[in-house]
Design a protein around this ligand. Structure first.
Ligand code: CTP
Length: 447
């Protein structure tokens, strides 16, 4: 498809200055000066340009270089006292500058910038990783996925902010369309099928009819099956990291379906509701448990894979190359969720230590998935108590104190400390002396 534009030059420098921190604009000037000294041309490229045009703040700095990227990067790092990691073969580099940058009212300690030499990619066989040859900004943009992602802006002093838009990306942004650049795009890289859905749903756009037809042809040609499962998983995770992943998964169910994971997986109306409940639960969790590093996407993944039987789930985890800790958390949820929900859903009184014992072995992700999947007021209250109160309780005494009581170190220590913790949860000891008294009584009773 030839959609090059001859429309009059558009300059987005005012938008860049309006939406990016002042320090970043200053950084662009520095990059341009060093680029000039090293005879390079530099452009801002990719998702950031799309977002700036949409008025969305984004600080993913991707800089495209026509010229010698390693030389440019080394000179930049020397001047700005940063560090870099270079991938010579691909002509890419990640630069970290120790500048405090303020972004969305957060002070970022470092500015991370991705540099890439303009390149073209040659796909020797469909769905395989491409070979790379260095080229021009135009060729670099033409290897990209969608028109809205194939724009760049000059960072050079002579025309700072001039938009480079060979494929009418700006007009597709205005028309809310996801459109590929050429007909073989999904054959070259079938993960773009997932990306099309992700961007469509994120921005409330529409995959335009020709692009949708090409997706269907690629699916008929079994392109997903020919793609590495690890890459498919990575794309699925990106979808689950979106603000409203349920919307994207409904679209996937209709367009692609989840047979590529397992024929038993369907994104049903029930799951749609579960996803919406997870989203509310997660918002609550973030507001009450600040600073926890929870993998929210994994909560959604638990919900998506939760109906598979254990051995199928283990196979899926292996085939799709989930990491060991992801696998452990997914399998532990699958193994325990029904039983835990049944136990916590009882109207009979449960002591804090009984609730603690049920929930402590589970990951936060599993706990969130259980609470989101339940309508029981008992479960909700008990899980809230666990997260907000019981899980924060700890003993004042230590192994040293036990040794002071004449107790011998060994497996017995752990047993005694656990018993003391349960007693503290149930009776609310406030002083170290109460804990010590309990331990004296406990160990006397176990002699
Ligand atoms: N890209 C592509 N094909 C892919 C992956 C990426 O053409 N399979 C190109 C797109 O031009 C994209 C750029 O590489 O804009 C950077 O990729 P990525 O960071 O994944 O995309 P963003 O557009 O920045 O997405 P997001 O907003 O989700 O970060």
């Amino acid at each position: 498809m030839k959609r090059t534009t001859t429309a009059k030059a558009v300059n987005i420098s005012a938008r860049l200055k309006g939406l990016l921190p002042r320090e970043v604009i200053r950084l662009f000037k520095l990059i341009d000066r060093i680029a000039q000294q090293n005879s390079c041309a530099v452009f801002l490229v990719g998702g950031l340009i799309r977002d700036i045009l949409l008025g969305v703040r984004n600080l993913d700095l991707d800089i495209l270089v026509e010229g010698d990227t390693p030389r440019l990067v080394k000179a930049l790092v020397k001047e700005a006292r940063g560090s870099y990691v270079l991938h010579k073969r691909f002509g890419t580099a990640v630069v970290t500058l120790p500048w405090p940058v303020r972004f969305k009212s957060t002070r970022l300690a470092n500015a991370k910038i991705d540099f890439a030499t303009a390149r073209k990619e040659i796909y020797k066989s469909p769905a395989a990783l491409p070979e790379v040859a260095f080229s021009t900004v135009r060729e670099d943009l033409s290897r990209r996925d969608f028109t809205i992602n194939a724009m760049a802006a000059s960072l050079m002093h002579k025309n700072f902010g001039q938009l480079i838009d060979f494929f009418n990306g700006r007009s597709d942004l205005a028309g809310k369309k996801i459109r590929i650049l050429h007909d073989k795009s999904f054959l070259d890289d079938p993960t773009r099928i997932f990306r099309a859905v992700r961007f469509e749903q994120r921005f409330n756009f529409k995959i335009e009819p020709h692009t949708e037809r090409l997706i269907k042809e690629a699916l008929k040609g079994k392109m997903i099956e020919r793609t590495s499962k690890a890459r498919l998983k990575d794309e699925l995770i990106l979808i689950l990291k979106e603000k409203d992943p349920g919307k994207a998964l409904s679209r996937m169910e209709n367009l692609i379906d989840f047979g590529f994971i397992h024929p038993k997986i369907h994104f049903t109306k029930g799951q749609e509701q579960l996803f919406s409940s997870i989203s509310k639960t997660v918002a609550w969790f973030k507001s009450v448990c600040e600073g926890k590093t929870t993998d929210i996407w994994l909560v959604y993944m638990m919900a998506l894979l939760g109906d598979l039987d254990m051995s199928t789930l283990e196979n899926v985890c292996r085939e799709f190359a989930f990491t060991k800790t992801e696998r452990t958390r997914l399998c532990s949820y699958r193994k325990n969720n029904l039983e835990v929900a049944k136990f916590l859903g009882r109207s009979k009184r449960l002591s804090p230590s009984e609730i603690f014992r049920q929930l402590k072995p589970l990951s936060d992700e599993a706990i969130l998935c259980i609470v989101a999947g339940s309508n029981s007021k008992y479960i909700k209250r008990r899980i809230a108590n666990f997260l907000l109160k019981y899980n924060k309780v700890s003993l004042k005494i230590s192994g040293k104190d036990l040794a002071g009581l004449g107790l011998k170190a060994g497996p017995e220590f752990k047993k005694i400390l656990t018993a003391a913790l349960y007693a503290k949860l149930d009776t609310g000891f406030r002083h170290k002396k109460q804990e010590l008294d309990f331990i004296k009584r406990f160990s006397a009773g176990h002699k």
